[in-house]
Design a protein. Structure first.
Length: 209
């Protein structure tokens, strides 16, 4: 029995919907945006700051890193002006602690935020209790969902999908030093267009059991 399921997903592939349905089928706790509020409470960063920067800040961080810039800040104005971790690292580490705390005590489904990497590399989590899933889909399926369920204008849909997936890949690749969507990082990769979101959720829940 897998008591922890992580869902990594391409934008508009239905990963969030699938994660919610899996949690409902298995009667597990569901965590996605809830992690933002929990991280804010524990870290002192505002939820708005975390939500705005948890993915796109990594692109700025990488850009400055390549230029040789420090891109760091003093924490709460202390340390005598000495640089501390970059803001991107601070946000990631705060979310990592929240994800580990959740996984240690809950039967849960966790969506995004490098949870697959965080949990599979933790000595506190038993690997036999963890199922890491990556959900993808063909572009037509994603565009249809983006337009009809996410209210993205059709003319912009493909561009938005590609940009968000680029941000997600950058974030994952930087903080895990691994490759987002690469098969060796997951137990299961599945095309949600094959069975639809409901059928995909039922299949993953069945595998978890």
């Amino acid at each position: 029995m897998k008591r922890i399921i992580t869902i990594s997903r391409e934008f508009a592939s239905g990963g969030r919907t699938i994660g919610k349905e899996i949690a409902k089928i298995l009667n597990y706790k569901y965590y996605d945006r809830e992690i933002i509020d929990m991280t804010a409470k524990n870290s002192g960063f505002s939820p708005e700051f975390i939500e705005k920067n948890e993915q796109n800040i990594s692109s700025s961080w990488l850009y400055n890193l390549l230029l040789g810039s420090g891109y760091s800040t003093t924490l709460r104005g202390v340390s005598g002006g000495q640089p501390t971790l970059p803001l991107a690292d601070q946000v990631f580490n705060a979310q990592r602690k929240v994800i580990l705390n959740i996984a240690e005590i809950e039967h849960c489904v966790i969506v995004g935020r490098c949870a697959d990497f965080i949990l599979r590399t933790s000595e506190k989590i038993k690997k036999e209790e963890l199922l890491n899933v990556f959900i993808y889909a063909d572009m037509d399926f994603k565009k249809n969902r983006a337009v009809n369920e996410l209210d993205i204008p059709e003319k912009n849909a493909e561009h938005v999908i590609n940009q968000i997936n680029k941000y997600r890949a950058n974030h994952y690749n930087i903080f895990t030093e691994s490759t987002w969507g690469s098969r060796e990082n997951y137990d299961l990769l599945i095309n949600s267009a094959l069975l639809g979101t409901s059928g995909t959720a039922k299949l993953i829940a069945s595998l978890a059991q």
